[in-house]
Design a protein around this ligand. Structure first.
Ligand code: C2G
Length: 128
């Protein structure tokens, strides 16, 4: 079984997120999403999600491509996660290209093209 992992806040879930999750799942058989906790968002990512961690987890668990959701509490947990969850492939959108190449000794690292024209920031701005 090929196990894939990806990380993110996934707030105000939109089709760009879904396309990322769909393509990530297509790279294996089992997709784990490491979901940024509210504390990690506030303290380390300096962004506040509209939906709480519990709500964002509930939404992600309803997506056919997602097999498991775990908390992302720290920038430094990826290497441990890869070993703990026996990950074959690490996936992120290409806005992160190069940032996680240090994981290459432990698993495949894939950066997928972001979906243009949609973002949580844009949604919030358009709704003002
Ligand atoms: N994404 C995408 N297309 C968009 C918007 C987002 O492909 N139009 C991807 C991002 O590249 C990311 C994933 O969807 O891979 C989740 O997006 P965010 O929740 O914005 O993730 P981010 O805040 O970048 O958190 O440790 C890594 C961080 O937790 C990543």
């Amino acid at each position: 079984m090929k196990r894939v992992i990806t990380y993110g806040t996934f707030d105000l879930l939109h089709y760009g997120h879904i396309r990322l999750l769909k393509r990530a799942k297509a790279l294996g058989d089992y997709l784990i999403v490491a979901l940024s906790t509210d504390e990690f968002n506030a303290l380390k990512k300096h962004k506040e999600a509209y939906n709480s961690y519990a709500e964002r987890k509930y939404i992600l668990e309803a997506i056919r491509y997602v097999d498991e959701v775990i908390p992302e509490k720290d920038w430094a947990q990826k290497q441990t996660d890869i070993q703990k969850y026996q990950i074959n492939t690490f996936v992120m959108g290409d806005d992160w290209t190069g940032q996680f190449d240090f994981l290459k000794p432990y698993c495949k690292v894939v950066y997928l093209p972001r979906t243009p024209g949609i973002s949580t920031t844009k949604i919030k701005a358009d709704l003002k």
